[in-house]
Design a protein around this ligand. Structure first.
Ligand code: RFL
Ligand code: PHB
Length: 389
């Protein structure tokens, strides 16, 4: 088999890249190790920046998003029960959209299926070869048969645990990483959200987040120690812990019920440099991870592949290497800016066992500064809604 671009991974990065390349008339095959149902079953991001909404519209996959997505003008912060609203719209004239990653992925999958573009699901033993030469290859096994794809480029869209970054020789790549000593225990419940907007709450018992998927489905998270397991968390224990971390009035209006999903996500900040190795490009979570506190991971993935698709279009249409040469530097500049913001939101809102009472007073001072300074609130609003200079 031969294609122009072999895309490893059918998450939001791989599927968006597939859509953009299709629109540019560039042939691509997506190779995914899981089934499409498994990919759709992973409950992840919930918030899209306005620029991601615009990109999904440009990709022609926005019909359902435009009718079901919910625009939010701001978010609420809570610090030991004291509330502070950050009004993005009033501060900087921007909004975000609540529309789940599952739905974005489903829309992209449906559009790919409708166009007949090739996606191989449930491919095992996926390996990439010769990306340091002119004729890279991807091999995999499907239904017991070995396959090989020859291509011009490989796009590593296979997430943090994928094969693409792992195939780069150690001496060619630098890793920058911080692993946090806690994770997020998240649940989904078919109940109306506790508030109209998201609530990010700091409490001495730990961070909590009230989010949503629709007006009838809520998503809640609490910070837990890295060693925690979902088996230790009955629904009752989860709801009690969440209430304890919220402002008492809000806690009182929380509507609970049987949870329909419960999982723990570890928190990590991670950047690989560079993001191009000959004819291999890394994008999305394969290239970088942010803690979810700033709601950035999915947005970064969509913007990375926009950059890569533009570079590949330039290569094929204009025979120019300028875009592919600039890809790594350009994406890394965005990445580090977003890493900084996500790290800052994380350290403002979580409890860090090792930072003691001094650390807690600094967090309080940071929260009070946001309350007192419109400039500080504007900075948060600018970054949360997506700062792209
Ligand atoms: P994905 O989604 O991990 O997709 C990678 C795909 O590659 C496949 N794969 C392979 N395929 C072939 N061969 C191999 N060897 C392979 N290895 C892996 C995998 O099966 C998978 O299908 O990466 P991608 O596309 O880069 O997308 C990144 C986003 O998924 C991620 O950044 C976000 O979910 C992060 N995130 C959030 N981002 C936001 O923008 N806003 C949010 O509100 C937000 N909330 C979150 C989040 C992530 C969370 N977790 C669970 C880490 C909340 C949570 C709890
Ligand atoms: C979510 O709804 O899953 C969500 C929302 C905001 C975040 C992280 C996750 O910052």
């Amino acid at each position: 088999m031969r294609t122009q671009v072999a895309i490893i991974g059918a998450g939001p990065a791989g599927l968006s890249l597939g859509r953009l390349l299709e629109a540019a008339g560039i042939d691509a095959i997506i190779i995914e190790q899981r089934s499409s149902d498994y990919v759709l079953g992973r409950i992840r991001a919930g918030v899209l920046e306005q620029s991601s909404v615009d990109l999904l519209r440009q990709m022609g996959v926005s019909q359902r998003m435009d009718s079901e997505g919910i625009f939010h003008d701001g978010v609420e912060l809570s610090f030991d029960g004291d509330m502070l609203r950050i009004d993005f719209n009033e501060l900087i004239g921007r909004k975000v959209m609540v529309y789940g990653q599952t739905e974005v992925t489903r829309d992209l999958m449906d559009s790919r299926a409708a166009s007949g573009a090739k996606t191989v699901y449930e491919a095992s033993d996926v390996q990439i070869h010769d990306f340091d030469r002119d004729c890279p290859r991807v091999t995999y096994t499907k239904d017991g048969t070995s396959h090989e794809i020859e291509c011009d480029f490989i796009a590593g869209c296979d997430g943090f645990h994928g094969v693409s970054r792992a195939s780069v020789p150690k001496h060619a790549i630098s890793i920058f990483e911080r692993v946090y000593p806690f994770g997020w225990l998240g649940v989904l419940v078919d109940q109306p959200p506790v508030a109209e907007e998201l609530i990010y709450a700091h409490h001495e018992r730990g961070f909590a987040l009230c989010s949503m998927r629709s007006l009838m489905r809520s998503r809640y998270y609490v910070q837990v120690d890295s060693s925690e397991r979902t088996e230790n968390w009955s629904d009752d224990r989860f709801w009690d812990e969440l209430r304890a971390r919220l402002n008492p009035d809000i806690a009182e209006s929380l509507k609970t019920g049987p949870t329909i999903e419960k999982s723990i996500a570890p928190l990590r900040s991670f950047v690989a440099e560079p993001l191009r190795f000959g004819r291999l490009f890394l994008t999305g979570d394969a290239a970088h991870i942010v803690p979810p506190t700033g709601a950035k991971g999915l947005n970064m993935a969509i913007h990375d592949v926009m950059e890569l698709a533009g570079a590949l279009r330039e290569y094929y249409e204009e025979r120019s290497n300028a875009g592919i040469d600039a890809y790594s530097g350009c994406v890394l500049a965005n990445t580090w800016r977003t890493e900084r913001f996500s790290w800052w939101m994380t350290q403002l809102l979580h409890t860090f066992p090792e930072s003691g009472n001094f650390g807690r007073r600094i967090q309080r001072a940071d929260f009070d500064y946001l309350g007192a300074s419109r400039i500080a609130r504007k900075s948060l609003a600018e970054n949360y809604t997506g700062f792209r200079p």
